[in-house]
Design a protein around this ligand. Structure first.
Ligand code: EPZ
Length: 418
């Protein structure tokens, strides 16, 4: 099991290029099931979860050509199976994104229930309820979601909970439903707009993606397309925080600053100096102490839960008492106890973390528990005195492309070892 060794306190300078968004690439790959023609995706990130989705699509009968690490062509001329097996779904909940496309394409889909996850129960009741409203018969048997339909028909569906995956699954299914579907109380993440852009290129008729109301006019079939995946706003945000901690002059390129407004506002308020460009950001560590702050995670465009752990690492260096409330997932503070091993002073009260600072951090052994928690430990290791050893970095590899190379390229002393 790979580990990362970080020797902290190194100043960071130079530029880092952001890759395509994992959370856009995964639904885009699932969307390829909606047609029997080739879907070519570029700017695909080289991360573990993309590999898992690739393995799942191969099982379903998709022909995969990957001429380079960041380009993939997916063609499902015919399905070899309509089942997403437990051994793949249990390693990546986003496998559930094949449910809508499979059902719309094939009239039948059997997807293993994802099961629990480190950060929360993460039910998929919204996905199931929406598919039933589109005319599917869905049963839950032996740990599988078994969905069937003679043909989906448009409906007006209001989400009870704002759900990124639920919005994506239903938007994809509605593309091939008869008539019009209106989705209300939708998630508004940029990855949903990116998926809608791909679907439109495939011949779908979708309005309102990125707003809380999406209108889909069903079509008989979708055709092949080529699409460039949107830059990863969470990867960009993670390097922004690295620069805020130890940067002399860090430039983050090929990103979309407009997708990071909630984070850049917060960094500005706590005293981090930023220069915001069209498709790049520059950041350097503040000369004086950062100012503590109160932040609550919420659906886009507010502060993203996927940046909560990384911000916590930064707030250990802010003067005073900061408060971080996690409103999306019920168990997303596992990084707090690992940060405490490095010397951070954090109190957990329900869904609120109280962070006292600034606290000098000292390197030691820590363990990654989930994707974004592991990023938080890398950031803390950059600012800690001495050596930090991070175990179970496979969590990192799920969503960060070559993080040790990119960080070392900025001047960090980071190496991976088995
Ligand atoms: C997506 O997960 C992202 N994953 C997550 O990123 C991200 O944290 C999350 O959206 C929130 O922004 C991908 O896009 C692959 P949700 P998803 O459905 O779709 C509840 C990362 O680190 N809910 O928006 O699974 C759910 O329990 C990952 O890259 C229901 O109650 O998230 C949660 O509390 C982690 N019923 C809230 O809604 C449902 O049917 C938001 O979940 C669906 C969700």
């Amino acid at each position: 099991m790979d580990k990362l060794r970080i020797v902290g306190r190194k100043r960071l300078t130079g530029s880092v290029t952001i890759g395509g968004a994992k959370n856009a690439a995964l639904p885009a790959m699932a969307a390829s099931l909606l047609t029997n023609e080739p879907i070519t995706l570029t700017n695909v990130p080289d991360v573990w979860d993309v590999g898992t989705m690739r393995r799942l699509l191969l099982r379903l009968g998709t022909h995969v050509v990957q001429p380079s690490l960041d380009e993939i062509t997916l063609t499902t001329a015919r399905l070899a199976s309509d089942e997403a097996p437990y051994e793949l779904v249990k390693t990546m909940r986003a496998s559930v994104l094949v449910l809508g496309p499979l059902l719309a394409r094939n009239g039948r889909a059997r997807v293993s229930l994802p099961g629990g996850c480190a950060i929360g129960a993460r039910p998929i009741n919204e996905h199931i309820r929406g598919l039933e409203m589109l005319g599917a018969k869905v049963s839950l048997e032996h740990g599988f979601i078994d969905a069937k339909t003679e043909g989906l028909s448009g409906a007006t569906i209001r989400f009870g909970t704002v759900s990124v995956g639920g919005t994506e699954n239903l938007m994809m299914a509605a593309c091939l439903a008869r008539g019009e579907t209106v989705l209300e109380n939708c998630a508004r993440e940029p990855e949903i707009e990116d998926l809608a852009e791909l679907l439109a290129r495939m011949g779908a008729s979708i309005e309102g993606a990125g707003t809380e109301r999406i209108r889909v006019h069903g079509v008989d079939r979708l055709h092949g397309a080529r699409h460039r995946i949107v830059p990863d706003r969470i990867e960009a945000g993670t390097y922004l925080i690295a620069g805020a901690l130890m940067g002399d002059d860090v430039r983050i390129t090929e990103c979309r600053p407009s997708h990071l407004g909630a984070l850049t506002d917060i960094l500005d308020r706590i005293g981090v100096s930023l220069v915001i460009g069209e498709d790049s950001l520059s950041v350097r560590a503040a000369d004086d102490d950062l100012v503590s702050i109160e932040v609550e995670t919420a659906p886009y465009p507010l502060f993203p839960t996927d940046m909560q752990a990384q911000l916590m690492a930064l707030l250990t260096q802010a003067r005073g008492t900061s408060r971080l409330s996690e409103t999306i997932f019920e168990n997303r503070f596992m990084h707090a106890s690992e940060l405490a091993r490095l010397g951070a002073r954090i109190e957990l009260r329900g869904n609120r973390a109280i962070v006292h600072g600034p606290t000098p951090l000292a390197g030691t052994n820590v363990m990654a528990t989930d994707l974004r928690a592991s990023a938080s430990l890398v950031l803390a290791g950059l600012v800690a005195e001495g050596e930090t050893l991070i175990d179970r970095v496979y969590h990192l590899d799920r969503g960060y492309e070559h993080i040790e190379e990119k960080m070392a390229g900025l001047g960090a002393e980071v190496e991976r070892f088995a």
